[in-house]
Design a protein around this ligand. Structure first.
Ligand code: GLU
Length: 446
């Protein structure tokens, strides 16, 4: 395979959501897997809706996911290239001026639908004579320009869907230059893909029809057609499409809720594929798992509960080195033994703070049976403690007090941690240490 150069092309008109993450990661992981590169392109030609703060948020949210672009461009800075391409297509006779207003087009579509015809542009403007056009322009009308499609079937070998075909005879000639000289998505996207040397265009299946149109434009510009892949789209658990308005499923909202970025990444690409959803310890591991040929055709449902569960399982697998810095940022100057002791009990990384306080103190112990606690304290072995200290101590306490099971372990847990549940005491006891353990068994705050 040629070394891939892929791209993702969000419009900075809102915050990225988990469905965008799916598309972005399919590209980025594909580049990772095949030793390629990844371009971030801001599709910001819509001046009214594009905002610099959304562009910044996109970069930040990608960084949170762990996605680092190899290059980044903005369409608003490349308008000259689109003008050149439009001139080339005009010179080749592939663009024609049209003068219908949006209202006229709308009425025409409604008439077609009423007569049971597909609402396809009828190419009326192709029949205008030079005199007709001059008259329209004299009356103040300005043209928009359509690309004249060849009425043929366009086919490609889709990375996800396999052999794919679209009959261009059933499509309207797309408007590629608006009346005010601005460009809708279609032409700039092609020009940038060609200019940047994009080898693989991987995007949602809502773009299948665009692909047929864009292949024709690429060919009309005399450029090489990249490989295309169209993945299924994510819906909410109830089957609704995701939109930029679904705030809590935005990457931002998910980050604020404390879920693990790696879990968001893994779920966003493994759901709706024949691969099982499972925790991974790095994006590289995920790159090795994800295969576009395994992505299913049906829409994929995104379930927040599944994300919560995967986020917890992801945490439980993290090595200390993967979280040490984040723990410090949370004010938890933890050690590796601490992390290994508590990770299996966490739903959120921030939950480690509770166990840090248990280990460091001070906490209020819970001592109900003072005599039992005193007997246990008298049997606590000398330091140094290790993972076996807990077992030998509790065996001695069991023998001395005649207790076992919950009656033995619960009062010790309550005294040492002030709680009924938590990480294995065999791991916590060496972290708490003898001095604090004795104080807590005596009912003192320590
Ligand atoms: N800005 C387009 C979108 O967000 C890009 C589509 C593409 O990847 O070509 O749908």
């Amino acid at each position: 395979m040629t070394v891939p150069f892929v791209r993702t092309a969000p419009s900075p008109t809102g915050y990225l959501h988990i469905g965008n993450a799916r598309s972005i990661l399919f590209n980025w992981l594909f580049a990772r897997r095949h030793g390629g590169r990844f371009l971030l392109r801001y599709d910001d030609t819509d001046k009214a809706r594009s905002k610099p703060e959304f562009a910044e948020a996109i970069a930040e949210d990608l960084a949170w996911l762990g996605v680092v672009p190899d290059a980044s461009i903005k369409q608003s800075e490349r308008l000259g290239l689109y003008d050149e391409a439009a001139a080339t297509l005009r010179a080749a006779g592939r663009l024609y001026p049209c003068y219908e207003s949006a209202d006229e087009l709308d009425r025409r579509r409604k008439r077609q639908l009423a007569r049971g015809l597909p609402p396809v542009y009828d190419r009326a403007a192709l029949k205008l004579t030079a005199a007709d056009r001059a008259a329209l322009e004299a009356s103040g009308r300005r043209p928009h320009w359509r690309f004249q499609l060849d009425w043929e079937e366009i086919g490609w070998a889709d990375l996800v869907r396999g052999p794919s075909h679209v009959d261009c005879a059933s499509l309207s000639d797309p408007v590629v230059v608006r009346e005010d000289g601005t460009y809708p998505y279609t032409l700039p996207s092609v020009v940038d893909d060609v200019d940047m040397g994009i080898t693989h265009v991987i995007r949602g299946e809502d773009h299948v029809t665009n692909t047929a149109v864009q292949i024709q434009i690429i060919q009309a510009l005399g450029a090489a057609v990249p490989v295309f892949g169209h993945h299924n789209l994510l819906t909410t658990a109830s089957g609704e499409g995701l939109s930029k308005r679904l705030g809590h499923l935005s990457l931002r909202g998910l980050r604020e809720s404390g879920v693990e970025a790696l879990a968001v990444a893994a779920l966003s690409v493994l759901v709706g594929s024949s691969d099982a959803v499972r925790p991974v310890s790095s994006l590289d591991e995920l790159a090795g798992l994800v295969d576009l040929a395994h992505v299913s055709r049906a829409p994929a449902k995104f379930d927040e509960h599944e994300l919560e569960a995967l986020s917890a399982r992801t945490l439980h697998h993290f090595e200390f080195a993967a979280v040490a810095e984040r723990l410090r940022a949370l004010g938890i100057p933890a050690s590796e033994p601490f992390w290994l002791a508590v990770r299996g009990n966490l739903d959120r990384l921030s939950g480690a703070g509770v166990w840090w306080r248990v280990v460091e103190g001070p906490i209020e112990p819970l001592v109900v049976d003072k005599a039992f606690a005193a007997a246990a304290a008298a049997l606590l072995p000398p330091e140094p403690f290790d993972q076996t200290s807990w077992k030998s101590w509790t065996q001695a306490v069991a023998a001395a007090t005649g207790t076992k099971g919950k009656a033995l372990f619960m009062p010790l847990r309550q005294a040492l941690t002030g709680r009924d549940h938590g990480p294995e005491l065999a791991a916590l006891l060496p972290l708490i240490g003898r001095e604090k353990a004795l104080k807590r068994l005596a009912g003192e705050t320590a």
